[in-house]
Design a protein around this ligand. Structure first.
Ligand SMILES: [Fe+2]
Length: 396
């Protein structure tokens, strides 16, 4: 089958690499940059580490520290307008996915006039090139440092949508595992499981391609090896932090051309409508999704189950593979302390009233956009989505 894999932007990877932010901006010819982050990254002192490296290189910094979770268009427009007013010639995003996506949108708005909504959508949107953008993740999850676009909340429609194209392209990603050392267990878990979902869903996607699958497989192996260690001893276990940082970056690349499916389709709806943190919302249905896709993606799910600690023979049938993957993923959610749907305060009836319709609508849009194909490896009906939600609600 024909497929497309987009090679991502350069990634500077290594413990301590964030200290190079200033010299890398110098190479790009930047004199004054817009730094985009949230209050949490600021209060943890992580932003200052990067900002001092930038200032030491003689580069001016304009700060936008009002990044919101699930970034709404108004916040991105606020950041973009600040950059335009101050005449910056570069943008730096520091933080989790929300900060990096806000930075991508702010970059776009330096040369493409607001409102941001005119650039929503994955296909058919043309944007002008803009100033250089360096993104520096402080969590190991979204892989936003190597994805070609960002996720923005359309607050008018109450849905999550995308920006993409040359206007918001990353110039350089700097991945420094040390920046994630101080993350609490809950954030390490939800972001790390987001990375796992990127790898699992792209690897089992109906649109998977041979290049993205190699990256996804290695990401899954790394998460199996390191996520629980990073959750339990993340401040000291830099090998585990580095393993998870690599898994997250691989997950970002693995989505290229293959995209994500059911966990993310449901997770996006939980985020936009019920304000569930992204990684938590995606991973909260992972055991059920793995079991449901096992009959159509048996060899892939066998590999995933083994990486997550299941013992499975090469000839175990699809039902046994699905059950083993379910058990292994279920155990991982427990071992990492991920909140289940009840702990998130979700109401079953409200979920069933909103999520199945939205997921099916999203997939119908994808089928149109991708010319008759979509990422889920099996037909997705409202009943199937409701079954996944009901089971996840009762079982996880
Ligand atoms: Fe994600």
């Amino acid at each position: 089958m024909e497929s497309i894999f987009n090679s991502p932007n350069p990634i500077l990877f290594g413990v301590g690499a964030a200290a190079r932010a200033g010299s890398e901006l110098q190479k790009l010819g930047c004199k004054k940059v817009l730094a985009v982050f949230d209050k949490g990254v600021e209060q943890a002192g992580v932003a200052e580490k990067v900002l001092s490296a930038i200032r030491e290189a003689g580069i001016g910094v304009v700060i936008y520290n009002n990044v919101q979770a699930d970034p709404p268009a108004w916040s991105v427009e606020e950041a973009g307008a600040l950059g335009v007013k101050e005449g910056v010639d570069g943008v730096v995003g520091i933080g989790g996915g929300s900060s990096l996506d806000t930075a991508k949108g702010a970059k776009l708005l330096q040369t493409n006039p607001p409102p941001l909504r005119q650039y929503f959508g994955r296909t058919g949107v043309v944007t002008k090139p803009s100033v250089p953008l360096i993104v520096i993740p402080t969590t190991a999850g979204t892989g936003s440092e190597c994805t070609p676009g960002g996720t923005i909340t359309d607050t008018e429609k109450n849905i999550k949508t995308n920006i993409s194209g040359v206007g918001c392209a990353v110039t350089l990603g700097i991945v420094d595992p040390e920046l994630s050392a101080g993350l609490p267990k809950s954030v390490t878990a939800s972001t790390g499981l987001d990375a796992l979902c990127h790898c699992v869903e792209s690897y089992t996607s109906a649109m998977a391609n041979s290049i993205s699958s190699v990256l996804g497989r290695e990401g899954i192996r790394l998460v199996g090896q390191y996520l629980v260690r990073a959750c339990n001893n993340g401040a000291a276990d830099m090998e585990a932090r580095a393993g998870m940082a690599k898994a997250a970056t691989l997950g970002g690349m693995a989505m290229s051309g293959a995209f994500c499916h059911l966990c993310h389709d449901i997770g996006r709806s939980l985020g936009a409508k019920f304000h569930v943190p992204h990684g938590n919302g995606c991973a909260v249905t992972l055991p059920q999704v793995l079991q449901i896709i096992a009959p159509v993606k048996t060899e892939e799910v066998r590999y995933i189950a083994r990486c997550l600690g299941a013992e499975l023979s090469d000839d175990a049938p699809a039902a046994a593979v699905g059950k083993a993957a379910y058990d292994a993923a279920h155990r991982l959610l427990k071992d990492t302390g991920l909140k289940n749907m009840k702990e998130l305060g979700l109401n079953r009836e409200e979920l069933l009233a909103a999520v199945p319709d939205e997921v099916v609508m999203q997939i119908e849009m994808e089928i149109k956009a991708f010319g008759g194909i979509a990422p889920p490896p099996l037909p997705v009906t409202r009943e199937l989505v409701a079954e996944i939600i009901n089971r996840a609600y009762d079982e996880n």
